[in-house]
Design a protein around this ligand. Structure first.
Ligand SMILES: NC(=O)C1=CN([C@@H]2O[C@H](COP(=O)(O)OP(=O)(O)OC[C@H]3O[C@@H](n4cnc5c(N)ncnc54)[C@H](O)[C@@H]3O)[C@@H](O)[C@H]2O)[C@@H](O)CC1
Ligand SMILES: [K+]
Length: 504
């Protein structure tokens, strides 16, 4: 079950372990036993009864997990061998685990005294229990050589808690890291495991609960899934008129990019909005009208590149007609964007800010501090424009960037798009990890903005609308028969099938 799974930094994971032990009195060895049992149960569907396993143990409690796993596998009839760290390096729990293992006549050999290559080549799979959340420096010497040999062996690797060598926060290999086929994230998923750098090292990610009280993770980011949202989506009454499902206005478009606002509008209409109008430069009004007979178009004064500098004067008087505005798609970096954004934000409507309007919001952050909700949907580059943080800073610690933005702008919902999309609101973070190259295409961001706008019309909670929009968008992409030929237009086509799973 991926429902309510916490996503933590290494520090948060360690703190939860400590609090469970010290404040709740759960013995460390009890947590460890649950961890080992959970890993073995999951491993059993991937190994054969006659396989030989090599359990490579490091000097801390990750190594102690490895020894407990070796014992449980052996008790269940699997043949295992163990590689040990030097005994003077072992943690106290590891010494306890070793003491038990020694009584069971399991073949164990210290790393410094064994010949690793033949062991690696005679085994069928490897358990990587070298380092977990306690990795504190770059890997050198014997551990570097051990990890290099594990990776070169070609054997499937089960990594315990995290592939050894991976930084739990950033997912960056600290010199070297194990390439796992399966990773068993103990208690919580670590941010580094779902980062673009770290995820490829993890192989298939499994979460193993170990009995840490969930109250200890109350404040941490949560995994977004269908089951976590299903119960929260409001019912759509069949007796309501169209106005009850929201009146939206999409502001965007330019002669160079009429398609972006067209796709966003289409996605909005397919996401439950009652009424939709589009405010575009009058030079592209006919194109929009030809593309969809569902959408009412309002033509604003145009310049060569898009909206004219005075177009905002035509926006002002009509704003009170709408509950939700979406601004930015295909607008281009036109000088008129600032005035249109400021005007949109002066309304009482929920405002979704995407694409070219995000940089403008970054230049005027105080405009965001209004009473009605704002939903921003930047990708990494746009997040950099919005916050002034470098792309590198955002990539390595995206949760930090989202947390500080949301703390500074308490009425804003922020959707940071990446292979792990983070949705932040006040002190809450929700994370959708569903990497899919079908979404790495022009237009998929416009479709997301349209979906979120459509949902905001009838789901009055902006955080819920944003989370639901991100999930629906990803589920629509999962329907791709092949990511190569899939386009943003296919996303819109698949929405009907996806909504069917939530709303009958
Ligand atoms: N009771 C607990 O605390 C629990 C801990 N658990 C396991 O324990 C792990 C955390 O245990 P630890 O805090 O002991 O940390 P680790 O087992 O990750 O490693 C810490 C040890 O590695 C050494 N070390 C760190 N970086 C190194 C490097 N680059 N080169 C060489 N040595 C290095 C440290 O000096 C220390 O001896 C978790 O990842 C999880 O697997 C689980 O069993 C659940 C319960
Ligand atoms: K590990």
């Amino acid at each position: 079950m991926w429902n309510s799974i916490p996503i933590c930094t290494s520090e948060q994971a360690r703190l939860a372990d400590q609090k469970a032990i010290c404040d709740y009195g759960i013995p460390s060895l009890v947590l460890m036993e649950r961890a080992a049992l959970g890993c073995v149960e999951r491993m059993q569907s991937h190994i054969h009864p006659n396989d030989t396993g090599l359990i490579v143990c490091g000097p801390g409690n990750n190594g102690a997990d490895g020894l407990a796993i070796a014992r449980l596998l052996s008790e269940r009839g699997f043949f295992v061998k163990i590689v040990l760290p030097d005994s003077n390096q072992m943690s106290s729990d590891e010494k306890v685990q070793l003491h038990i293992v020694q009584k069971l006549a399991i073949e164990a050999c210290p790393l410094s005294a064994c010949s690793l290559e033949p062991l690696l080549h005679s085994c069928d799979y490897i358990v990587d229990a070298i380092f977990g959340s306690g990795l504190s420096r770059a890997i050198h010497g014997q551990w570097y050589e051990t990890i290099a040999a594990i990776n070169a062996s070609g054997r499937p690797v089960f990594s315990i808690d995290i592939p050894s060598g991976l930084d739990g926060n950033t997912g960056i290999a600290q010199g070297i890291a194990v390439k796992a086929a399966h990773t068993f994230a103990l208690d919580c998923v670590k941010w580094g495991e779902i980062s673009p750098e770290g995820a490829p090292y993890c192989g298939m990610l499994h979460r193993v609960p170990i009995g840490i009280p969930s109250v200890l993770h109350e404040k941490e980011a949560k995994w977004l899934s269908k089951s976590s949202l299903c119960q929260k989506i409001p019912k759509r009454s069949p007796f309501q008129h169209k106005g009850a499902f929201g009146r939206a206005l999409m502001i965007g478009g330019s002669p160079q990019m009429p398609g972006a606002v067209s796709m966003a509008s289409s996605a909005c209409f397919h996401s439950g909005i009652g009424l939709l109008s589009v405010f575009v430069p009058d030079s592209i009004q006919t194109i929009l009208q030809t593309r969809s007979s569902l959408i009412m178009t309002i033509g604003a004064e145009a310049s060569k590149d898009g909206f004219s500098l005075t177009a905002y004067q035509q926006l002002q008087p009509i704003l009170s007609r709408f509950d939700v505005l979406c601004i930015g798609n295909g607008m281009g970096k036109s000088p008129s964007t600032d005035a249109l954004l400021q005007t949109a934000l002066s309304s009482d409507a929920t405002v979704v800010i995407d694409a070219d309007a995000i940089a403008s919001a970054g230049q005027h952050p105080f405009w965001l501090d209004r009473e009605a909700p704002v939903i921003l949907t930047p990708h990494i580059k746009e997040m950099s424009d919005l916050t002034g943080l470098s792309m590198q800073e955002i990539k390595t610690r995206p949760y930090k960037a989202v947390t500080s933005f949301c703390a500074a702008h308490p009425n804003c919902v922020l959707v940071l798009k990446s292979c792990a999309t983070i949705i932040g609101y006040r002190n809450q973070l929700s994370v959708l990890f569903s990497p899919n190259s079908a979404l790495s295409k022009g237009g998929s961001g416009d479709v997301l903005a349209g979906i979120v706008t459509g949902l905001s019309g009838w789901i009055k909670d902006p955080f819920l609308a944003a989370q639901f929009g991100v999930l629906v968008h990803s589920m629509a992409a999962k329907q791709a028969a092949n990511p190569v030929s899939f386009t943003a237009l296919d996303l819109i086509q698949n929405l009907d099938f996806v909504f069917e799973q939530f709303i009958k």
